[in-house]
Design a protein around this ligand. Structure first.
Ligand code: AP5
Length: 257
């Protein structure tokens, strides 16, 4: 990404502070992204980060950054989490919650945040509610992206990512200018371990069993906004950004008496 926000605290841990937010908004966006693996959450989070200066807080990126780091620096919990991720299974709630709590400064960021991949279970969502209530921070919306399963599998099997700057490509739909090389930083692109067919099957099952119940959880709180993930990333971004603005306007409107 050309204009990615630094994310030091999120990716490297609480001992590594980010510089002050370059463009803190008077009314920051605070959003949760929901949707099956490969539906395009990370792609949309990148666009929101670029256009709206909102930090993409992906728990998957934390685990992948830990995998790329010096093994001596990994905690036993992170070591264990990497194993779950490679198999396509969900990392245990307690580990994920500890990792997010360690990075609580990111939820306080005056630029807002885009939670990508967290929460992923109702238990995680309940902890997030407690954290946000203690911080007196409210979510603006939970964006749920919808796409038929066959299209999702195509997106996952063609995905290539940059292990250095985390940019995401697709061999057909979003190819880099030079095959196999990141446009943003020149690093060689890789295929994620969990984009193998057997891991994709496990991830889809984990989504249906553990994450899909969050749709009802957030709908009952009036936060859920469904967005079709058909079309180009730009078309989806336009729909998602308009839906967020409509939700914010509705939340700010005075209640008729
Ligand atoms: P995570 O990194 O969160 O993965 P995920 O949810 O499976 O989502 P993905 O990153 O695979 O997909 P995406 O929706 O972001 O799609 P993308 O934009 O890349 O989690 C990985 C693992 O970590 C989990 O399996 C688990 O083990 C662990 N984990 C993480 N958080 C956890 C938690 N809270 N609790 C427990 N465990 C946790 O797009 C996909 C492809 O499609 C790309 O190639 C892209 O270029 C392409 N594409 C995107 N949009 C379009 C479009 N409009 N048209 C055509 N192609 C497109």
């Amino acid at each position: 990404m050309t204009d990615q926000l630094p994310r030091h605290t999120w990716l490297e841990g609480p001992g590594v502070p980010c510089p002050p937010h370059p463009d803190a908004r008077a009314r920051p966006l605070r959003i949760v992204l929901l949707g099956a693996p490969g539906v395009g959450k990370g792609t949309q989070a990148e666009l929101f980060a670029e256009r709206r200066r909102v930090c993409q807080l992906s728990t998957g990126d934390v685990f992948r950054a830990a995998k790329a780091a010096d093994p001596c620096l990994r905690t036993p919990a992170l070591e264990e989490a990497i194993g779950y991720m490679q198999r396509g299974e969900l990392v245990p709630d307690a580990t994920v919650v500890d990792i997010v709590k360690e990075r609580i400064d990111c939820l306080r960021c005056e630029g807002g945040f885009m939670l990508d991949g967290f929460p992923r279970t109702v238990a995680q969502a309940e902890v997030l509610d407690e954290i946000l209530a203690a911080e007196k921070v409210r979510l603006d919306a939970v964006l749920k992206f919808d796409l038929p399963t066959g299209r999702i599998v195509d997106r996952l099997s063609g995905r290539r990512t940059c292990p250095s700057c985390k940019s995401v490509y697709h061999v057909e739909a979003q190819p880099p200018t030079q095959a196999g090389v990141c446009d943003k930083c020149g690093h060689a692109l890789v295929q994620r371990d969990d984009d193998r067919p057997e891991a994709i099957r496990v991830r889809m099952q984990a989504y249906e069993t553990s994450t899909a119940p969050l749709v009802e959880y957030y709908a009952s709180k009036g936060l859920l906004v469904s967005v079709s993930a058909e079309g180009t990333p730009e078309e989806i971004y336009a729909r998602a950004a308009a839906a967020v603005e409509a939700r914010k306007a509705a939340a700010a409107a005075p209640v008729a008496t």
